[in-house]
Design a protein around this ligand. Structure first.
Ligand code: GLA
Length: 404
């Protein structure tokens, strides 16, 4: 199979191999794992609910070759820096440094019993950093995949996703759900993934034809982001504890429906009630969109995505002025099938499903209108759903092929 990103991937693999050789003096195997965009289902993953993300064409690339000792020497092209770590002494938590992600992946794999080999790694990524497009999952998964492969282990994609999530939860210290790592491992070109975050079963759903995924970066990232994410998680956990007085045995908001929530509203503060209403209604919206895509339909998407955005803005309170303005501007454009903020919130990006033929105009008009209202020039990425993590084989003629 030819590399899923075709020309870009081939060039990148070739480039990386050349740079690896000039840095380390030997050849390398090349691995790639993508970032993601979530189409719908926000803050539902850690509530054991449903999400509908797609892997995107931006990736993290890792060149790797084994060493004879137990050291991993990791060079980041983005940060122009090397981190050396000893596989027998990785520590138990990160240092607040970019290298926490690859070292954390090595840590989680070894904690799970995988014996790793020392290696030289060259990492280069083009997932925009801090934009909410999961550059962290991309670096964890690509490194984890590369380290497992160089040590001769078979790849179990779901296990790799869970261990990369563990790296981020326990080593890096961010209590994220499973969505990002899962789609980075399992993504499929042209498809979104409907993931059941309780059973980890998933369905690949072909995106409607003639639709571009247009991601608009607000270029802001409010400080609240990391802290508020954990606050939302804790609120959901508290709501489950309170609701279980009336609904014994429930483990997560996944098990509660809107009727039960309304009946037991008295057990919750107004804030907790609204947090629950978002999660429960968002799960229903994911199912609705999955049903539409399963039937190859797109009519009705706009209303569902708009309701999702409103729910995040008013009930979950994770939006911000820039995101709201970006969505409002998108809703005025031709060719729009649906728009909402995407990811953790408090800045980052919106996701817009746009008619392929209107995507270029959409980009131009949204950029100009956002800049005149907010005073920042947004980055706009016109993407396709891409393939998940893979090895990119560079043959003698330097024509990469992928094995999955
Ligand atoms: C971040 C986390 C995900 C998910 C989203 C919100 O991207 O990494 O696990 O919780 O926020 O949907």
């Amino acid at each position: 199979m030819l590399c899923s990103c075709k020309q870009t991937c081939m060039n990148k693999a070739h480039e990386l191999l050349t740079r690896f050789k000039s840095r380390f003096g030997v050849g390398a195997s090349i691995y790639r794992a993508p970032g993601r965009v979530n189409l719908i289902g926000e803050h539902t993953d850690y509530n054991e609910g449903f999400v509908l993300p797609a892997a995107i064409g931006f990736s993290c690339w890792v060149g790797i070759a084994p060493r004879d000792d137990r050291k991993v020497s990791i060079y980041s092209e983005n940060f122009k820096e090397t981190r050396d770590a000893d596989l027998d002494d990785l520590g138990t938590h990160g240092l607040g440094h970019w290298s926490d992600y690859p070292v954390g992946a090595a840590w989680a794999l070894q904690e799970a019993g995988y014996r790793l080999r020392g290696a030289n790694l060259y990492i280069a990524g083009n997932v925009p950093l801090g934009a909410g497009l999961s550059s962290s999952a991309a670096i964890e998964v690509s490194t984890g995949y590369a380290l497992l492969s160089v040590a001769g282990h078979a790849i179990d994609r779901t296990k790799l996703a869970l261990l990369c999530q563990r790296a981020e939860n326990n080593f890096v210290g961010a209590r994220v759900g499973i969505m990002d790592q899962f789609v980075s491992c399992h993504g499929r070109a042209g498809h979104a993934l409907m993931i059941d975050c309780r059973s980890l079963e998933y369905r690949t759903l072909q995106l409607p034809p003639k639709v571009s995924l247009v991601i608009c970066n607000t270029m802001v990232k409010h400080k609240l982001q990391a802290g508020e994410y954990n606050v939302r998680r804790a609120e959901c956990e508290e709501a489950v504890r309170k609701l279980s007085a009336a609904l014994p045995g429930i483990r997560s908001l996944r098990e509660v429906d809107l009727e039960q929530l309304t009946q037991n509203r008295g057990l919750l503060s107004e804030t907790l009630y609204r947090r629950c209403r978002h999660v429960i209604s968002e799960n229903a919206r994911v199912r609705k969109v999955a049903d539409l895509f399963a039937q190859g339909k797109i009519g009705g998407l706009r209303e569902v995505m708009s309701a999702s955005h409103q729910s995040m803005r008013d009930d979950y309170e994770i939006s911000c002025r820039e995101l709201d303005v970006m969505v409002k501007i998108a809703e005025r454009q031709r060719g729009l099938y649906g728009a909402r903020m995407t990811g953790g919130g408090f800045g980052g990006c919106t996701i817009n499903l746009v008619d392929v033929e209107q995507a270029a105009d959409f980009e131009r008009l949204v950029s100009a209108e956002y800049e005149s209202e907010i005073g920042l020039r947004p980055d706009v990425y016109i993407c396709e759903a891409s393939q998940g993590a893979e090895r990119v084989e560079t043959t003698a003629e330097n024509v990469p092929n992928v094995t999955r």
